[in-house]
Design a binder for this molecule. Structure first.
Ligand code: RIB
Length: 316
């Protein structure tokens, strides 16, 4: 296995305990379905992405909040075992650790309900106290499972200190102040892209000037649109690329997007191009679907490299 890159990355985000029910098929509104089994695992988009970056070789610092409860203590130990610096992870009194209720069907598709708990207590002042941590990072990685103002404060610090920002704006938040801060890399899936840009990603090639106008007004440098088994699209003001996905039969898609974001950010922090970073990230996302649970399937860099080499890519 290659030596870890050790590029320092800061992740600002959520930590959840996931309660995952496997079901034959997902329930429709108002319907009750019986689960085939239930498990409890570590999750949360922030922590999943942090873990993905760390397993890809980055040196990861996490800024977030846990409850001052047994789940919070278990989670902190788990982060430490994964080699993630959690000195900027707070323990919040009288708040439970965040949680998520997840259903996964036989095809690996999922539905998720998030209960923020302590994640909702991550404040702007807390993030501002971590300014120097962010300033020495090679990338700042964020999602939208913590308060929006806090996310914006963290991005502002990164903008002021010339640290590249990677934002995965999930779950979608219509109040995000697009254009007020600069986002160097924006990662969305096809439905998020459609909702955010009011454009069809499958027609992106035909409508590049419209996409580019929106990217400029939103102050987004590179837009990545993941599309499951279809190639990932990469749009900038001057380029348009399609990076093939690695086709696998998914067992559980929970956390696949997080595996993509973490691996992508690690590669960017090492100085890779968005195209090269996406190649690795697509493979990391594919491998993540091969095991149940958000974090269980997140691959080590060596496993991603082996898969890419097996598929004929020359990667080191
Ligand atoms: O992206 C998957 C994650 O979304 C789960 O781990 C769950 O906690 C929710 O945050």
């Amino acid at each position: 296995m290659p030596l870890p890159s050790s590029a320092p990355i800061t992740v600002v985000g959520s930590l959840n305990m996931d309660l995952i029910a496997s079901v034959q098929r997902l329930p429709s509104p108002g319907e009750t379905v019986a689960a085939l089994g239930i498990t409890r695992r570590f999750g949360g988009k922030g922590a999943n992405q942090a873990l993905a970056a760390s397993r890809h070789g980055a040196t990861v610092s996490f800024i977030g909040c846990l409850g001052d409860d047994p789940d919070g203590r278990d989670y902190r130990n788990h982060l430490r075992r994964e080699g993630i610096n959690c000195s900027a992870v707070g323990s919040i009194r009288n708040q439970p650790t965040g949680s998520a209720i997840i259903a996964v069907d036989a095809a690996g598709e999922n539905q998720i309900i998030v209960i923020p708990g302590a994640n909702a207590q991550l404040s702007g002042p807390t993030v501002k106290m971590q300014r120097s941590r962010i300033a020495v990072s090679k990338a700042l990685l964020l999602q939208l499972e913590v308060p929006l103002e806090t996310v914006v404060d963290a991005i502002t610090i990164a903008n002021q200190t010339n640290v590249p920002v990677v934002l995965n704006p999930s779950p979608a938040n219509a109040s995000f102040p697009w254009g007020k801060v600069s986002i160097q890399h924006l990662i969305v899936n096809a439905s998020e892209a459609k909702a955010l840009f009011d454009l069809d990603p499958n027609q992106a090639k035909e409508a590049l000037p419209v996409w580019r106008k929106k990217l400029a007004s939103m102050k987004v440098g590179t837009l990545l649109i993941t599309r499951g088994a279809e190639p990932t699209l990469i749009l900038t003001a001057t380029t348009f690329d399609q990076v093939p996905a690695i086709k696998v039969k998914p067992i559980d898609t929970v956390g696949a997007g997080d595996a993509f974001a973490g691996a992508y950010t690690c590669q960017i922090a090492e100085g890779a191009s968005p195209q090269q970073a996406t190649l690795w990230a697509n493979a990391a996302g594919a491998l993540a679907t091969q095991k149940e649970g958000a974090q269980e399937g997140i691959p080590l860099r060596g496993d991603v490299q082996s898969l890419l080499q097996k598929k004929g890519h020359e990667v080191q």
